[in-house]
Design a protein around this ligand. Structure first.
Ligand code: RI2
Length: 311
């Protein structure tokens, strides 16, 4: 049996953003490796080689969200550690560990929803950007806790992921307002925003946040207006490579997402998908281990990714 179509399909779906959101792409990637585990192979060494190739392809499908390489590297770390097992035991062990890992990520999301909801206060007006499952889980949890919040969502051009957020929150019964991205500064004041909360694609060792393009401008507005700026993230989105000084690559997507090709002849169109928010603009980071200041990112990395960093 060949699981190549599943691998190719997953890579394609991540590239085209059919599967998107930092946590969802990580989970989809390791599930593809789980299916690859059942691939025909003479022995463990042959299967491991196929998995290595699959891991490389999955990791190169989108460059910015570190949850993707973190999840894939973890699975490959377990695979390499068990490379001396007979193939049947190898398949069983790896598949078990992958499923355990996915379960842990799902539980992390539930825990963050609970912790993040505690941070919300009754009557809060909250602004969010793009579409983060983590943020949506926090806000719907707060609503179920009878916090009577209101949420302002940005459109999040060019892919309009803000529509997904607005739809999910209003379906949960939360009073929801949609604004265009450039209205943030005006509306933060006019609608008396109390808190900003966003998801994360990557958290660096120095506490900097990499998230959907536009996030850093919102953080500047929040700083100016003395509004708390909160990042919500599972620890899988912390970057061990940043401990070693590596700079996260910011994904540049097809300009056709911004404007129909050829519509503005002679004009260069750029489409960066993410930006960097300096740690000094972040009031707190909500993780499954609790609420931490951005300055604690390095310690969490050491604790969580010691296996990869050898520290
Ligand atoms: P969750 C998304 O990126 C957004 O930037 C969002 O804040 C982040 O992933 C985290 O999403 P994209 O995939 O893991 O839309 O919280 O480019 O769902």
């Amino acid at each position: 049996m060949s699981s190549r179509p599943v691998l190719e399909e997953t890579v394609k779906d991540i590239k085209t953003m059919k599967i998107r959101g930092a946590l969802d792409i990580a989970i989809a990637a390791v599930k593809a490796l789980d299916i690859m585990c059942m691939e025909d192979a003479h022995d463990t060494a042959a299967l491991l080689e196929k998995l290595r190739m699959g891991a490389r392809k999955l990791k190169s499908s989108r460059p910015t969200a570190v949850s993707l390489p973190n999840a894939v590297n973890y699975v490959m770390y377990v695979a390499e550690k068990n490379k001396d097992l007979p193939i049947h035991d190898f398949r069983k062990t790896l598949s078990f560990e992958i499923r355990k890992f996915v379960g842990e990520q799902e539980r992390a999301l539930e825990t963050i929803a609970e912790i993040g909801a505690n941070v919300m206060e009754p009557g809060d007006v909250i602004l969010t950007h793009c579409n983060s499952d983590t943020v949506v889980s926090i806000l719907t949890h707060a609503w179920k806790d009878a916090k009577k919040i209101e949420v302002i969502c940005t459109e999040s051009r060019p892919r309009y992921q803000g529509y997904l957020t607005a739809k999910a929150l209003s379906s949960a019964g939360i009073p929801t307002t949609l604004i265009i991205d450039s209205a943030v500064h005006l509306m933060m004041k006019k609608l008396h925003v109390d808190k900003v909360i966003v998801g994360a694609d990557t958290i660096c060792a120095n506490g900097d946040l990499i998230n959907k393009i536009g996030t850093s401008q919102i953080a500047l507005c929040a700083k100016e207006q003395d509004v708390d700026f909160i990042a919500a993230t599972e620890s899988i989105k912390f970057s061990p490579a940043s401990v070693m000084g590596s700079v996260v690559e910011i994904e540049e997507r097809d300009p056709a997402e911004v404007i129909e090709p050829g519509k503005l002849r002679g004009v260069r169109v750029l489409n960066p998908a993410f930006d960097v928010t300096d740690a000094e603009y972040i009031s707190m980071i909500v993780t499954e281990y609790g609420v931490i200041p951005p300055q604690a990112a390095y310690h969490l990395l050491k604790e969580k990714f010691g296996w990869e960093l050898n520290i």
